[in-house]
Design a protein around this ligand. Sequence first.
Ligand SMILES: [Ca+2]
Ligand SMILES: [Ca+2]
Length: 250
Amino acid sequence: MRRAVIVGVLVLGACGSRLATQVDGGGDDAGTDAPLADSPASIVDGQACGALTVVLRDFQASHPDFEHALGDDRGLVQPVLGTDNKPVYAPAGATTTVSGATSFDQWYRDVPGVNMTFTQPLPLTESPPGTFTFDDQTFFPLDGLGFGNEGNADNFHFTSEIHGTFTYRGGEVFQFVGDDDVFVFVNKRLALDLGGIHGAESQTVDFDASAGQLGITPGMTYQLDVFHAERHTTQSTFRMVTTIDCFIIQ
Ligand SMILES: [Ca+2]
Ligand SMILES: [Ca+2]
């Protein structure tokens, strides 16, 4: 375990130039319970390990799901990720914070005139050893970009998605603290649901405790997909903490 962590940090430093690549949002349904092609052994061969790439989509405040009614809104997504690796809207119609499937389906898909897409690195910091964190309490990665700040001090109203794979070794946790919505899928199964327009909230995935629900077995490699939405002023906080020692960008 310790060797793997050290290798991951070294590769992070060596692979920084690879981070500004477009994430492939295409489907990969094959073998969710089988080892993927990039086994941990490939880490030492220079795979992008220990750093993440985030796909950001900027929206305007006028979008029907943004600056809408406030409140927690769990159950917005179905418990299994879609075949295109996007969340599937679950309710039959509108909820307190979402107009419906048509508007929700725009959150993580490129829709000309509705959103504008950007890709940025999301560097993880290791401290203490074995714990990897991205923490930004003023998370405004699109200030001055996309539709601009729309009269606000920062550019609110955007979504983000992260796609990676990791090898489950046993004992891992994944915590998110922030606003607004966050959905985390492990092995394409919903592991964390912080849906809704709200202040900073926290949930933690305990991989061992959830192993049965998630269908994961130590030693195997799985998808991890994170979806987030910033839907309301005046805060945007994004804190992610995990003991997964190596993400490989997909
Ligand atoms: Ca915006
Ligand atoms: Ca917010």
